[in-house]
Design a protein around this ligand. Structure first.
Ligand code: CP
Length: 311
């Protein structure tokens, strides 16, 4: 069974097909109105979400299927063995998307599930976001994908990890302007770190200014995991992180009048990872990128349900 987790098991062809599905469905939505007729998606959330929830639910509706929202806290996932609950769930729906705190839990659930599972963002990966980001770059560039240069400025996290995988499989250049990832970090992934070392088109630098003149797109993400953002117990850690991360902020002195497009996967924290002036700058494609979550989700759902090995 194909699950969508770290995407390490997805080939260049697989990822290209998913993005091509997204492009085709976006161009001709009426041709796909019944594509997932009588299919149900369970959406399980351990963490907050706006885009992931809305885009998956609307995607299922517009493809003729149905989506069920399940909040971890108000389901019996909090009470019992994960494997039991997911096996039950997978006997009722054709696909499951889960946003979880820990990738280990995703792996337990994927083993127990009788239907494909999609990682809707965890501590290590955000594959749905990275698919969206590639779709967005393709739409906003006249260059072939393998000539595009993406500069990611911020923390190495679930989003940057999934961008590394995409760059490796799809051939675009990726510069990560980030502090070095500690091996103890929740997002540390040994296989993706090896890709950064081995792929000449992917590199890490200490300063976004090193790469900005060569980049077509600049991208950032929150510096602080969403579940910690408003936690008073994390305030000292947060203050130290903000000082450390300031050189990686997307701001006016960094961008100046450069011909570069600005990306952010949202939610945005004004004056932390990006200044509000650049969120609304004519070079910002942030809202187009966020709207593309819907189209990328449709491509992924359609492809995944059409590409399961027969049993
Ligand atoms: N980018 C993203 O995953 O948004 P949500 O957290 O709102 O789902």
């Amino acid at each position: 069974m194909r699950h969508v987790n770290d995407l390490l098991d997805f080939s260049t062809t697989d990822l290209t097909e998913i993005i091509d599905c997204a492009i085709a469905i976006k161009a001709s939505p009426n041709d796909y109105r019944e594509a997932l007729s009588s299919k149900s998606l369970a959406m399980l959330f351990q963490k907050t979400s706006t885009r992931t929830r809305v885009s998956f639910e609307v995607a299922m509706t517009e493809l003729g299927g149905h989506a069920i929202y399940m909040d971890w806290q108000t389901s019996n996932f909090i009470l019992t063995d994960l494997a039991y609950e997911i096996e039950y769930l997978s006997r009722n729906v054709q696909i499951i998307m889960a946003r979880l705190l820990s990738n280990e839990d995703f792996q337990i659930m994927a083993k127990a599930s009788q239907v494909p599972m999609i990682n809707g963002c965890c501590d290590r990966y955000h594959p749905c976001q990275a698919l969206t980001d590639v779709l967005t770059m393709i739409e906003h560039s006249a260059k072939p994908l393998n000539d595009i240069h993406l500069l990611y400025s911020g923390v190495q996290n679930n989003v940057s990890n999934s961008l590394v995988l995409m760059a490796d499989r799809l051939g675009f250049s990726l510069t990560l302007a980030t502090p070095e990832t500690q091996t103890s970090a929740a997002s540390y992934d040994i296989q993706l770190q090896a890709i950064i070392q081995e792929n000449p088109k992917i590199r890490r630098v200490d300063d976004p200014r090193i790469a900005i003149d060569a980049a077509d797109f600049i991208y950032t993400d929150t510096w602080i995991d969403m579940q910690f953002f408003n936690d008073p117990k994390k305030s000292a850690e947060k203050a130290a992180l903000l000082t450390k991360m300031q050189p990686f902020q997307i701001n006016e002195p960094l961008i100046e009048d450069r011909n570069i497009l600005i990306m952010h996967d949202m939610p945005i924290h004004n004056d932390y990872e990006i200044t509000p002036g650049l969120v609304r700058d004519p070079r910002s494609i942030i809202f187009n990128q966020a709207a593309n979550r819907l189209h990328a989700q449709k491509g992924l759902l359609y492809w995944l349900l059409s590409h399961q090995p027969s049993t």
